[in-house]
Ligand binder design. Structure first.
Ligand code: G1P
Length: 276
């Protein structure tokens, strides 16, 4: 029902310098797989087989990753090493990859608007690959959100509880709790100080957006950090219509930070990774 997922992958990854000097942060491997591939696999599992990448300068390795490497295929054909390519071949069989470049870094809202040309007039997913989400006991977070979309037919953000002193790192919501883990949003604030936060329910990098968001972003002025914020556009959407927030099932690792990345690596190595 939702066939496209947008991946804003133009960010610099300064927290991982010098590793990210000439390599996209989205290509950093968690054990043996680049961060962005975990995200793409989650999107494809949710039926979003068109992956719309909003890239930037220095990100060509991402485009190459989601393409055939003929030399490599030729080199290892018929050897025991072929199994190492299974996961990426599977992704390439199922997915289509489209790209547009964001020329200036003006915030997540601006990135989403840059990707409009790859989406058109239909609801779509957004996945921020810095947030690695795993749910070994059931469907992935985007799949869970597609189920909710069937019910509510409006934009949905994934949320989790964070300690009050962490709200300044996230978009934070407040709303009416409809049933277990599902809220109808009435307020959203991007990166509030603890004293300004409307709750401790933080948005993590999974969204389903209805396409009216593009026109709303066009009229959204710069907000926190002088950037065009998706959170501000969603606040407008919530006021005019409806935005839902959903406490997802599963684990989330903040792979945009070094400690979160190390934690994810440790977890994946011990619980998910299978040597081919
Ligand atoms: C972005 C969003 C923020 C959200 C976060 C989730 O912030 O603007 O609302 O809580 O992703 O990871 P960023 O981490 O890009 O600063």
């Amino acid at each position: 029902m939702i066939s496209k997922c947008m991946f804003p992958v133009a960010g610099y990854g300064t927290r991982f310098l010098p590793a990210t000097k000439s390599m996209p942060k989205e290509m950093l491997p968690v054990v043996n797989k680049p961060l962005v591939q975990y995200g793409v696999e989650e999107a494809i599992a949710a039926g979003m087989t068109t992956c719309a990448m909003v890239t930037g300068r220095g990100k060509r390795a991402i485009a190459d990753h989601f393409d055939i490497s003929y030399e490599l295929e030729h080199q290892i054909a018929g050897t025991g090493k072929e199994a190492y390519l299974d996961s990426i071949r599977n992704v390439l069989d199922k997915g289509t990859f489209t790209m547009v470049r964001q020329r200036e870094m003006k915030g997540l809202g601006h990135a989403i608007l840059t990707g409009e040309t790859l989406i058109g007039n239909e609801p779509f997913g957004v996945l921020l690959s810095d947030d690695l989400c795993l749910n070994e006991d059931g469907p992935g977070v985007l799949s869970q959100m597609v189920e909710l979309y069937r019910q509510f037919r409006c934009s949905i953000v994934a949320i989790m509880e964070v300690p009050p002193d962490q709200t300044h790192k996230y978009g934070v919501i407040a709303g009416e709790s409809l049933k277990d883990g599902i809220y109808r949003v009435d307020r959203m604030v991007e990166k509030p100080k603890p004293e300004d936060a409307p709750s401790n329910l933080a948005i993590i990098g999974r969204y389903i957006l209805t396409p009216d968001i593009f026109d709303i972003i066009r009229e959204t002025p710069p907000g926190a950090n002088g950037e065009i914020q998706l959170t501000d556009a969603l606040q407008t959407q919530a006021t005019r219509g409806c935005v839902m927030a959903y406490k997802f099932k599963g684990r989330r690792f903040d792979c945009g930070s070094v400690p979160g990345f190390v934690e994810a690596t440790d977890y994946v190595y011990n619980n998910v990774y299978q040597q081919p």
